[in-house]
Design a protein around this ligand. Structure first.
Ligand SMILES: [Fe+2]
Ligand SMILES: [Fe+2]
Ligand SMILES: [Fe+2]
Ligand SMILES: [Fe+2]
Length: 440
């Protein structure tokens, strides 16, 4: 049965204000929570931050005082929803543990979107971003183990592989290259619009989380790694927002924002395994249907058009969290050497990049002392003989080859762990493991 969000009345806005007890709620238990309940919680916080921020931007362009007040009333509710979502995270979940959760969101969400994206070009952009967040997860996993003794499986619960991706030091690009071609608002499917706004909201919040928390560790190498990866998340925001047609009106954007919230809560509600949290998704879906009615009314009032022209008549599933290991491995092995080209194009391989590639000077400048993300592997080596990885044996065996394929020859930081060194680390680890067994 299809669900037409525009035909639902939802909860009236005047009934949406809750008391502090309801707003704050109770956190989940970090050792018992399903990893995909945590990813939903992290993503929905990002969706709410975007929904709240957009409303304030819109209000600054609006002179009609009645609509301005209504907009601020909705913004107030988004603010309470954001609190409920973010504060589901427990106080004893460390910044690094939460960070692994953020990168698991990015990997498994982007992989889902790529496979459910009708626009081939947008799908290619999703696949490209995917391999970068996949590498971030691997870099942070080194610190989580070294600093806090956390195995990645404690967070990703075996659903997401942890192994080298496109090396983070090669994610720093010229802004002109990050800019992609935008869709055409008159022909793009509602699914493309919702998919992009969903991942964009997630990436923006990942950036914000690193900005607000990366300094909380005394370890200088870890602080620098947060800074380095935060810069990539900034690029991801630039990349994904450039896919949006800039000629969409503010009212059209308002409509897409509320519809994106509806679709994401609808998916969360369908998939949630924690009955208590599922109840929250149900209530928030009802609230968002109420917001959508108001956005649709304002769209009709200012644009004199039918909202269905923009968001269609069917619900979209933008955030179905599932293990995506097979898909990610396929993209990893095929596209780890892919790079950005001007005018929204892609170079297929590193070999195709011209000598004067615009991202080389950026990478040489930021990595001129060292690449913090490379020190991450060295730290893994010190604490564990080799890097911390989690994947099936047949993929682990390929790690040095994947690294070799993903590394450029130019603009490589001097502290880079080269494939032969990684191989030595792996051998050392294996011989130590054998020696340990003999002792036992
Ligand atoms: Fe909301
Ligand atoms: Fe990331
Ligand atoms: Fe990202
Ligand atoms: Fe909303």
């Amino acid at each position: 049965m299809t669900f037409n969000a525009l035909k639902e009345k939802g909860m009236p806005l005047e009934k949406q204000l809750r008391n502090w007890h309801q707003i704050v709620g109770k956190p989940y238990n970090k050792t018992e929570v399903d990893c995909y309940t945590r990813t939903r919680q992290i993503l929905m916080n990002g969706i709410e931050v975007e929904a709240w921020g957009f409303k304030h931007q819109l209000a600054r362009y609006l002179d009609d005082s009645e609509d301005k007040i209504k907009l601020s009333q909705i913004g107030r509710i988004e603010n309470t929803q954001q609190m409920t979502c973010n504060w589901m995270g427990p106080a004893d979940q460390s910044v690094l543990e939460t960070t692994l959760g953020y990168e698991q969101v990015a990997v498994d969400l982007t992989a889902w979107l790529a496979q459910n994206e009708p626009d081939k070009y947008v799908k290619e952009v999703f696949d490209f971003g995917l391999l970068e967040d996949f590498d971030h997860l691997y870099r942070y996993a080194q610190f989580a183990y070294a600093r806090e003794g956390i195995e990645p499986s404690a967070i990703v619960q075996g659903q997401t592989d942890v192994i080298v991706g496109r090396p983070t030091q090669h994610h720093h690009n010229c802004n002109g290259l990050r800019k992609r071609k935008h869709y055409d608002k008159t022909t793009a499917s509602p699914q493309t619009k919702v998919n992009i706004l969903t991942v964009l909201s997630g990436e923006q919040q990942t950036h914000n989380f690193y900005a607000e928390h990366g300094f909380m560790y005394g370890d200088h190498v870890l602080r620098e790694t947060y800074a380095e990866i935060k810069d990539v998340e900034e690029e991801h925001v630039t990349m994904y927002e450039s896919l949006i047609d800039p000629s969409e009106s503010l009212w059209e954007k308002f409509l897409v924002h509320e519809f994106t919230e509806v679709c994401n809560y609808y998916t969360c509600m369908e998939d949630e395994v924690d009955e208590r949290i599922k109840k929250t998704w149900e209530i928030f879906l009802d609230m968002e249907l109420g917001h959508l009615q108001i956005a649709a009314d304002m769209f009709k009032k200012y644009e004199k058009r039918d909202p269905e022209e923009v968001i269609g008549s069917e619900i979209i599933i933008p955030c179905r969290f599932l293990s995506q290991k097979d898909y990610v491995q396929k993209v990893l092995e095929k596209e780890v050497n892919k790079r950005l080209a001007p005018d929204g194009e892609f170079y297929k391989t590193i070999e195709e990049i011209p000598e004067d590639w615009a991202s080389y000077p950026i990478q040489e400048r930021v990595g001129e002392i060292s690449a913090p993300s490379e020190n991450a592997i060295r730290i893994g080596g010190i604490y564990h003989d080799r890097d911390i990885v989690e994947a099936k044996e047949s993929l682990l065996e390929k790690e040095p080859q994947i690294l070799k394929k993903g590394l450029q020859e130019k603009a490589v930081a001097h502290n880079t762990v080269m494939p032969d060194e990684l191989e030595e680390m792996i051998e050392k680890h294996e011989s130590r493991e054998e020696a340990k067994e003999k002792l036992i």
